[in-house]
Design a protein around this ligand. Structure first.
Ligand code: C2G
Length: 129
């Protein structure tokens, strides 16, 4: 069984996120999503989530491509997660291109093209119009 992991906030979930999850899952048989906690988002990513962690987790768990949701609590947990969950492939959008190459010692690292025309920021701006 080929196991894949990805990380993110997934707040105001949209089809760009779904497309990432679909492609990530297609790279293996099992997809783990490490979901940024509210504290990690606020303290380390300067993101204030609209939906709290438990709601974002519930939505991700309802997506057919997602097999397991775990908390992302800090930047440094990835290498441990890869071992703990026996991950074969780490996947994330290419806005992070090169940032996680250190994981190549432990697993395959894949940066996927983002869905260009959609973002949470754009949604919020469009709703202001
Ligand atoms: N994404 C995408 N297309 C978009 C928007 C997002 O492919 N239009 C991808 C991102 O590249 C990322 C995933 O969807 O792989 C989740 O996006 P975010 O919630 O914005 O994740 P981010 O805040 O970048 O968190 O430790 C890594 C971080 O937790 C990643």
């Amino acid at each position: 069984m080929k196991r894949v992991i990805t990380y993110g906030t997934f707040d105001l979930l949209h089809y760009g996120h779904i497309e990432l999850l679909r492609r990530a899952r297609a790279m293996g048989d099992y997809l783990v999503v490490a979901l940024s906690t509210d504290e990690f988002n606020w303290n380390c990513k300067q993101k204030k989530c609209y939906f709290p962690y438990e709601e974002r987790k519930r939505m991700l768990e309802a997506i057919r491509y997602v097999d397991l949701v775990i908390p992302e609590e800090n930047w440094g947990q990835k290498a441990t997660d890869v071992e703990k969950y026996h991950i074969d492939t780490f996947v994330i959008g290419d806005d992070w291109s090169g940032k996680f190459d250190f994981l190549k010692e432990k697993c395959e690292v894949v940066y996927l093209p983002r869905t260009p025309e959609i973002s949470t920021t754009k949604i919020k701006q469009d709703l202001q119009k």
